[in-house]
Design a protein. Structure first.
Length: 265
């Protein structure tokens, strides 16, 4: 049986930070692969190194030890093949939604697309997240959920090999969060986008993911357990409310987090 291609490969990665008279070991010998078209969640208690790990994959920092690969190329810095969506949308406030997405498109495809093609590509990605109607609005004139949609459109417009999402729905109300989760599932199904999602929400992790990687508490955090979520796609949150397997997966994650929390306490 042919093994699926690894888009992201994390190999024996450790990360230390300077501390008073010593160093703080945040991540300890972490290894895993993410295959093409897969959605993987990283979940764990606050301070366990989830965002540290995502920043390493994004190329925003370098590991103390080990190596990270994207499509067999070593990650040495940020790159358009790794689109990032943060909890803070990071839109430029003086630019419209269209202009925010266009800025990324111009930087990545300035030698590959003409002006008309870029215009059409920006609109296409705004339509993917149902934001074409607000293309001419600035961030101050749209809601938090709409800003996140534009942020997702900007990341997708770079045609990334993997979409990195760092608690992208954490600051949103429950209903907006649910709508955006559904939008991400729809986009993933249509584009077969590879996604790495950082979250602290157990239901979100199980709903969206093919695998949930559970991290031990820091310092020296590791991947403690990996849960394979074998729920058919497309997934319907209302149908899953009565699905015994969904609740079984949810309980497995909760049990891990509770046991690790107790161990540290």
């Amino acid at each position: 049986m042919k093994k699926d291609k690894a888009i992201i490969s994390v190999q024996n990665v450790s990360q230390r930070f300077p501390a008073a008279k010593t160093t703080f070991l945040a991540l300890d010998n972490v290894s895993f692969d993410i295959t093409q078209g897969e959605t993987v969640s990283l979940i764990g208690h606050s301070g366990c190194g989830k965002s540290t790990l995502l920043n390493l994959i994004a190329g925003l920092s370098r590991p103390t030890e080990g190596v990270l690969l994207c499509d067999n190329q070593e990650i040495t810095g940020p790159g358009p093949e790794r689109g990032v969506v943060f909890q803070n949308h990071s839109l430029l406030p003086w630019m419209t939604a269209f202009e925010n997405v266009a800025l990324a498109v111009q930087q990545v495809f300035k030698d590959q697309m003409n002006k008309s093609e870029m215009h059409d590509w920006v609109l296409h990605n705004l339509e993917l997240v149902h934001m074409a109607h607000a293309a001419d609005k600035r961030p101050a004139a749209i809601s938090g959920g709409m800003k996140q949609r534009v942020g997702i459109a900007r990341a997708l417009a770079m045609k990334p090999k993997v979409l990195l999402m760092d608690e992208p729905f954490g600051a949103l109300d429950a209903l907006t969060r649910a709508h955006l989760q559904d939008a991400v599932m729809d986009i993933q199904a249509r584009l077969r986008t590879t996604i790495l999602l950082i979250t602290h929400d157990v239901d979100e992790a199980v709903l969206l993911s093919d695998r949930v990687m559970m991290m031990t508490n820091g310092p020296a955090a590791k991947i403690g357990e990996v849960l394979h979520v074998e729920l058919e796609r497309p997934r319907n949150r209302l149908a899953l409310a009565d699905e015994p397997r969904f609740h079984h997966y949810r309980q497995q994650v909760l049990h891990f987090l509770y046991e690790k929390h107790q161990a540290v306490a």
